[in-house]
Ligand binder design. Structure first.
Ligand code: FHN
Length: 582
């Protein structure tokens, strides 16, 4: 990931080319939300999208030759080093007769998702559409013989859901000259012949034959040169100037920035448009044994948190080989959709919080003359917001439209609340303010309050088969040593200023299970590392200092807490606090 702040600096060739196409009228987008806005603004307005990983890997669904295969489902060919000739035979078994484009598109609509991105070709190299470039595709090789992407393009256009394609531009395990397949093709590669012979012409097919596309979603650039990446971008911009490309095209050529998978940053990221691809369980492609579904409360929280930090949430479903989006995913998505039906105005077309968050009680999104306070942990009879200088005219709950009583003294705003939440997941208070943009008192703005910053377990990306977040104790536990992957909590943290920070860790541990080793480090600056031993706390939450860390403003900072031990697996980790001391 690039340093920040950064600008996208396209090569001269690309500049010339885009200038040459600038006079072309922008093609009509399927998304009619606001044609006055630029494609990137329309992208940012959508906020919530459906990602679909669907391909031949849905046939084994995480089990190969009777053995459960660890890791993400769509990587099964790579993990098991399945020879091309053997993997190809999965196509004969792929017959998703229950696929219904209208149902999938309708589910996205019910979930309140404004865009959809589906795998046209993932790393396994199999095209999920009718490609003339390679007959390794769903129409020519499977008994299904239909082009589901064409059907989805039509279904989404009817619903005004913006549509885009995932395309694995460098990894193609089916091709000897692409990146990734070292078991069939150990010899040296000629990526040029793969890019020119398959990737570029397939991207062209997608741009020519499926109507107006909102974006092409490239992934894992590996092996490709800058010139090759630029030729892909050119292809997109020449054929559909309004079609965006994501930053995983490589070389900072993207129209918008991509966070890592499931990687929610700890604070507002306002340098450019961005998106987080995320899973509903622990895989992208369908795995029949993966039922570690995230709770709708967690997902509504994440959607709110991401919007409040300025990003988009691209949430994945992994349909089965029969063409069904798993029932559990459907249920979860519809619950989110119900919440959005009532509270959507606090998410879509919003800009990020003007405030710094000091606790886990509320989040904020903004619009001209409006603030939305999302109460994510019910605070009881009152909620106090410090630092708002703009005069509040009125306040009301989005859930029932009822007025919320408030007092405003100086820059302290206090709402009177009922004892119980109005919405069981996230009660939103809409506030009308006199100023178009909220005026925030010095020391309370999201950029100027970083003396003390808490990294909560709730906001961490959690890795590990058994590790789970518990909302009541606000902590993660279950650090059982299950081999691979490891148990880790990740925070994507980019302080706005360079400094020395005192780091402390808060956890609770029963005395009898204490004693295991843990680590905490910054993956970008590996010398900033702490190794420690879990101590007993009589089961109470206690704070332990881990020393001082130097941190620079870089989006590549990745703070990692790790513990892999059956003995202390039950330790409850609540948060890490960073206090600036120099
Ligand atoms: O390797 C892929 C993975 O299979 C999946 O498609 C994700 C989605 O963001 N992208 C890559 C890993 O980052």
């Amino acid at each position: 990931m690039p340093k920040m702040p950064r600008r996208i600096i396209p090569g001269l060739l690309l500049v010339a080319l885009i200038a040459a196409t600038a006079n072309c009228s922008e093609p009509e987008s399927a998304d009619k939300m606001n044609t006055q806005k630029t494609p990137i603004q329309r992208f940012q307005d959508r906020k919530f999208g459906m990602f679909i990983h669907w391909g031949l890997y849905a046939v084994p669904a995480g089990v190969w030759k009777g053995k459960y295969v660890r890791g993400i489902g769509e990587w099964i060919m790579n993990r098991e080093r399945i020879p091309v000739r053997e993997y190809e035979t999965l196509a004969e078994k792929f017959n998703p007769v229950q696929f219904d484009a209208n149902e999938w598109s309708g589910l996205a609509q019910d979930a309140g998702m404004k865009y959809m991105v589906i795998t046209a070709k993932h790393h396994d190299g199999f095209a999920m559409y009718h490609s003339k470039v390679s007959n390794y595709n769903i129409v020519d090789r499977t008994p299904f013989r239909r082009d589901p992407l064409k059907e989805l393009a039509e279904a989404n256009a009817k619903r005004h859901i913006a549509f885009g394609f995932y395309y694995s531009q460098a990894q193609d395990w089916h091709e000897p000259n692409a990146a990734g397949n070292t078991w069939d093709f150990p010899a040296q590669r000629d990526p040029k012949s793969y890019v020119e012979g398959k990737a570029l012409p397939q991207v062209e097919e997608l741009l020519r034959n499926y109507g107006d596309l909102a974006l092409i979603w490239f992934d894992t650039p590996r092996l490709l040169t800058k010139e090759q990446a630029m030729s892909l971008k050119q292809k997109v911009k020449v054929l559909q100037p309004a079609c965006l490309v994501n930053n995983r095209i490589g070389f900072n050529l993207g129209d918008y920035f991509q966070m890592g998978d499931n990687a929610i940053p700890t604070m507002v990221y306002d340098w450019q448009a961005w998106e987080i691809p995320a899973t509903l369980n622990d895989t992208w492609g369908f795995k029949k044994d993966d039922t570690n579904w995230k709770h709708p409360r967690d997902l509504i929280y994440k959607l709110t948190d991401i919007a409040s930090k300025g990003g988009n949430y691209l949430l994945n479903v992994g349909p089965t080989a029969e063409g069904i989006i798993p029932e559990a995913s459907q249920k979860i998505l519809r619950t989110i959709g119900e919440w959005l039906k009532v509270n959507g105005e606090s998410i879509y077309e919003t800009s990020p919080t003007p405030f710094f968050y000091r606790d886990l009680i509320w989040k904020c999104t903004a619009k001209p003359n409006r603030l939305y306070f999302h109460i994510v942990t019910w605070a009881g009879a009152e909620l106090t917001i410090e630092g708002l200088e703009s005069k509040v005219k009125r306040a009301w709950f989005l859930a029932n439209k009822e007025t919320v009583e408030f007092k405003q003294r100086g820059s302290t705003l206090t709402f009177s609340l009922p004892s119980q939440p109005i919405d069981k997941y996230n009660t939103v208070i809409a506030v009308e303010i006199e100023d178009e943009r909220a005026r925030i008192a010095s020391g309370f703005g999201y950029r100027d309050s970083q003396r003390e910053m808490s990294l909560y377990a709730r906001d961490a990306r959690i890795r590990g088969e058994e590790a789970r977040y518990d909302w009541d104790s606000q902590s993660v536990s279950g650090f059982l040593d299950s081999g691979s992957p490891k148990n880790e909590l990740f925070w994507y943290h980019f302080p706005y200023e360079e400094g020395i920070y005192k780091v402390s860790l808060e956890y609770a541990c029963d005395n009898k299970i204490a004693g295991s080793n843990f680590y905490f480090y910054n993956r970008r600056e590996r010398d900033q590392k702490y190794l420690g031993t879990i101590r007993g706390t009589d089961g109470e939450f206690k704070v332990f200092e881990l020393g001082t860390f130097r941190m620079t403003p870089n989006i590549e900072n990745l703070l990692v807490f790790g513990l892999n031990d059956d003995k202390s697996a039950g330790v409850k980790v609540r948060k890490i606090v960073l206090t600036r001391i120099g």
